[in-house]
Design a protein around this ligand. Structure first.
Ligand code: NAD
Length: 361
C-alpha cells in the first residue's frame, strides 16, 4: 500500500522481514528519509527508539530496523511491558543532517502512523529531538521531565542491571549480595558509571575499563577502583564481568579467555552468535541474557503509558523486578535443559503466545 500525505511518500510493506508492517517515508524538502518497523503489536503499540545513522542503502536500513524491532518485541515481552516491538531509523549522518525541520518532518511521519508506533531516543538521537517531536505528535516517549516524560533512561537501566546482578549472585553464591564480590565493569559511560556507583555502595570490589582513559581514571579515583586496559578486561579473574560498552563482546575467541564466573551487563547483543550462549555454558560461566538485564530503560519509559502518566516510584519498583525476571529465566533454563539465552527467548515467546491465544488469533 502506498499513500501520500504531509509532503512525504508513505509506503507500507506489511509482512516484510517478519514484521507486521514496515513504513518508509521521505521528505525531499528537508532530506528526511526514515523507516519505521513494527514487528509485533500483540502486547501493545510498537515502542522503540529512533536511530539516526547512515546506511549504504535503504535495503540495509530496512533489514537493520526490522531486526531491531524484533529485538524490542522480545525485550518488552520478557520484562512484562504491555508494549509491542517497534523501531525506527532516520537515514543519514546526524552530525551533518540534523535540522529542526528534518526532525519535525519525521515527527509528522510518526504522527501519521496513528499510534501504532511510539518513538524514543536511541543512538544518534537526543532527548532534545524527542522534545521537538512532542510538539508535533503525542506518539513519543522519553521526553524531558518538564514535558511529562521520564527523562534519561540510563539511570533506570543501571538500576535494573544491579538487580539482575543480585539475582546472579543469589544463583551462584546463595545470597543476592554483591558485597565483597569482584566486578569488572567494561565501559563506564552513562550506564556503566551509574552501575559502578551502585556496586561501590554495596561494598563490591571494582575494576573498571574504558577506551577513554581520562574518564575511567576519574571514576576509579572517585570509587577507589582498579583500572585495566580494555584489551585485558575480559581476562581479569573476577566474580562478574559486566559489559556496558559495545555488543558482540562474547565470541569463540573471547569466551576461552574469560576470567569471570558470570556475565551480567547492559550492552546490547553481547553474544556474537547464538552458539556463544552454549559456549559460555560449556565454559561454566553463568550468562544473564542482555535484553532481560538491560530492560530497565524500557520499563521506565513504558511507564509513561500507564494510566495517570509517569510515576517515578512505580517505575523504580518495576525496574527492581528485573531481578525476578532473571530468576525466572534461570529456572526456565533448568527446567528445559536449555541455556539462559534460549530461556529468555522462551519466556518472551510464551507470553506472546498466551496473549495471542487470549486475543483469539
Ligand atoms: P555510553 O555511550 O554512555 O557509554 C559507553 C561507554 O563505553 C563509553 O564510556 C565509551 O567510551 C565506552 N567504550 C566504547 N567502546 C569501548 C570499548 N571497545 N571498550 C570499552 N569501552 C568502550 O552508552 P550507555 O548509554 O552507557 O550504554 C552502554 C551500553 O548499554 C550500550 O551497548 C547500549 O546500547 C546499552 N544500553 C543502554 C541503555 C541506556 O539506557 N542507556 C539501555 C539499554 C542498553
Amino acid at each position: 500500500m502506498t499513500g501520500r500525505g504531509g509532503g512525504f511518500e508513505l509506503l507500507d510493506i506489511a509482512g516484510a522481514h517478519g514484521c507486521e508492517a514496515v513504513h518508509l517515508a521521505a521528505d525531499p524538502a528537508t532530506g528526511m528519509r526514515a523507516v519505521v518497523a513494527v514487528h509485533s503489536t500483540v502486547l501493545g503499540p510498537g515502542l522503540g527508539g529512533t536511530r539516526f545513522q547512515a546506511y549504504p542503502d535503504e535495503a540495509m536500513a530496512v533489514l537493520d530496523v526490522c531486526r531491531l524491532a524484533r529485538g524490542m518485541t522480545y525485550k518488552h515481552a520478557a520484562c512484562g511491558n504491555d508494549q509491542g516491538g517497534g523501531k525506527a531509523v532516520l537515514i543519514g549522518d546526524p552530525a551533518t543532517m540534523r535540522t529542526e525541520a528534518l526532525i519535525e518532518a519525521y515527527a509528522r511521519f510518526v504522527d501519521r502512523l496513528g499510534g501504532v508506533y511510539l518513538t524514543a531516543e536511541d543512538v544518534g538521537t537526543t532527548q532534545a529531538d524527542m522534545d521537538l517531536i512532542r510538539r508535533v505528535t503525542p506518539y513519543v516517549t522519553g521526553t524531558s521531565l518538564e514535558l511529562g516524560g521520564s527523562g534519561d533512561p540510563s539511570p533506570a537501566t543501571a538500576w535494573g542491571v544491579r538487580w539482575a546482578m543480585a539475582a546472579v549472585a543469589e544463583r551462584l553464591w546463595g545470597a543476592p549480595s554483591l558485597a565483597g564480590r569482584h566486578v569488572v565493569v567494561l565501559g563506564v559511560g552513562k550506564v556503566g558509571s551509574a552501575l559502578a556507583r551502585h556496586l561501590r555502595d554495596e561494598g563490591a570490589r571494582l575494576t573498571l575499563s574504558d577506551v577513554r582513559p581520562d574518564v575511567v581514571g576519574a571514576l576509579a579515583a572517585e570509587l577507589g577502583a582498579d583500572v585495566v586496559e580494555v584489551a585485558d578486561a575480559v581476562e581479569v579473574d573476577c566474580d562478574v564481568l559486566s559489559p556496558c560498552a559495545l555488543g558482540a563482546l562474547l565470541d569463540e575467541r573471547s569466551i576461552p579467555r574469560l576470567g569471570c564466573a558470570a556475565v551480567c551487563g547492559a550492552a546490547n547483543n553481547q553474544l556474537a552468535t547464538d552458539d556463544d550462549g552454549a559456549r559460555l555454558a560449556e565454559a561454566g560461566i553463568l550468562y544473564a541474557p542482555d535484553y532481560v538485564v538491560n530492560a530497565g530503560g524500557v520499563v521506565n519509559i513504558a511507564e509513561e503509558q500507564a494510566p495517570g502518566g509517569y510515576d517515578p516510584d512505580r517505575a523504580r519498583a518495576r525496574v527492581e523486578r528485573i531481578g525476578d525476571t532473571v530468576r525466572r529465566v534461570f529456572a526456565l533454563a533448568d527446567g528445559h535443559g536449555i541455556v539462559p539465552a534460549a530461556a529468555a527467548d522462551r519466556l518472551a515467546e510464551d507470553r506472546l503466545a498466551a496473549a495471542q491465544a487470549g486475543q483469539g488469533r
